[in-house]
Design a protein around this ligand. Structure first.
Ligand code: RUB
Length: 295
């Protein structure tokens, strides 16, 4: 990626880490991308405002193109860019542009952590003693909500789906177990089998669209469908920077298609013969299948 002298190696590595999912989950992607712009501000030596903005735009584009679905990435970058470009249009010198970048990043990060804290407080109220909660993938906001409920002294257990093909559910299960919450890991296709015993589903979100649909890890909509059938409530924990402004203008959300080798290892693909492999990373759960978005 990159290769321009305007973009430092740390930012190129950061972009690659997001693309390869070493940094992942919508909240973390947004915060990491914001950190990339901050890193540019700290390393830029531009003595001219226009050169600063050129470098800024290059870093912005590089980070924006790492993963297509999570709108937290675009919203975080745009939050900062909007402030920096406004200062530039008002004739700010490079040192002011640098400081504006740093201040806007810090403001975004602060509001992100504050949002997660408040969602956790609101969401924890929904968890009752004796609940069996199902979650899918690895949402830091959903997990934070469950851990907050535990901190408040509630006693409940969790079913975590493994989340093929990248197994983020294992991270969720381990994190909850470490927090002292009883947790059972299941294969994704066992979700409906367990649903009649479940009291509520709690998941995170990559995008909330203008019509109230939620885009989250592939398989979320199947779980929501099974929940609807079993009359189990579905709660989505999502900060407002997961809300997609472009969907208000009728834009569709791009669903990321990831490499086939995540589904079948490279060396085993040939043995399958003439088989195509599809690997969409997210799906769309319509508003009718969601009981509440906790935001
Ligand atoms: C992660 C995923 C998470 C949301 C919300 O997908 O779908 O449920 O991003 O996470 P991936 P958070 O592993 O492909 O990034 O609540 O942490 O923002």
């Amino acid at each position: 990626i990159g290769g321009s002298f305007l973009v430092n190696d740390d930012i190129i590595r950061l972009a690659e880490d997001i693309r390869a999912m070493r940094i992942r989950g919508a909240a973390e992607i947004g915060r990491a991308a914001a950190g990339g712009l901050r890193s540019y501000a700290l390393s830029s030596r531009s003595s001219d405002a226009r050169a600063y903005i050129e470098g800024f735009s290059e870093v912005y584009k590089l980070l924006m193109n790492t993963r297509p679905t999570a709108v937290s990435l675009a919203n975080a970058l745009n939050y900062i860019r909007h402030r920096v470009l406004s200062a530039y249009r008002e004739g700010a010198p490079p040192e002011v542009l640098r400081q504006t970048t740093i201040d806007a990043t810090d403001a975004f990060l602060k509001s992100s952590f504050e949002a997660v804290k408040r969602i956790s407080e609101f969401g924890a109220k929904r968890i009752r003693n004796g609940d069996l909660v199902m979650t899918h993938c690895n949402s830091s906001v959903a997990i934070s909500t469950l851990i907050e409920a535990k901190r408040q002294g509630k006693s409940f257990s969790v079913i975590a789906t493994e989340t093929r093909p990248r197994f983020q559910g294992r991270i969720t299960a381990r994190t909850l177990a470490e927090a002292g919450i009883p947790v059972t890991l299941i294969v994704d296709s066992a979700a409906r089998y367990f649903m009649p015993k479940v009291d509520k589903v709690v998941v995170g979100s990559d995008v909330v669209t203008a019509n109230g649909a939620v885009v989250n890890k592939i398989g979320t909509s199947q779980i929501a469908l099974a929940a609807k059938e079993a009359r189990v409530r579905v709660y989505v924990c999502a900060e407002t920077y997961k809300f997609s402004p472009s969907t208000m203008l009728g834009e569709l959300v791009e669903i990321e298609e990831r490499p086939p080798t995540e589904v079948v290892p490279e060396e085993e693909i040939a043995a399958l013969g003439n088989v195509a492999i599809a690997n969409p990373a997210f799906d769309i759960t319509p508003a009718e299948m969601i009981d509440a978005i906790i935001t």
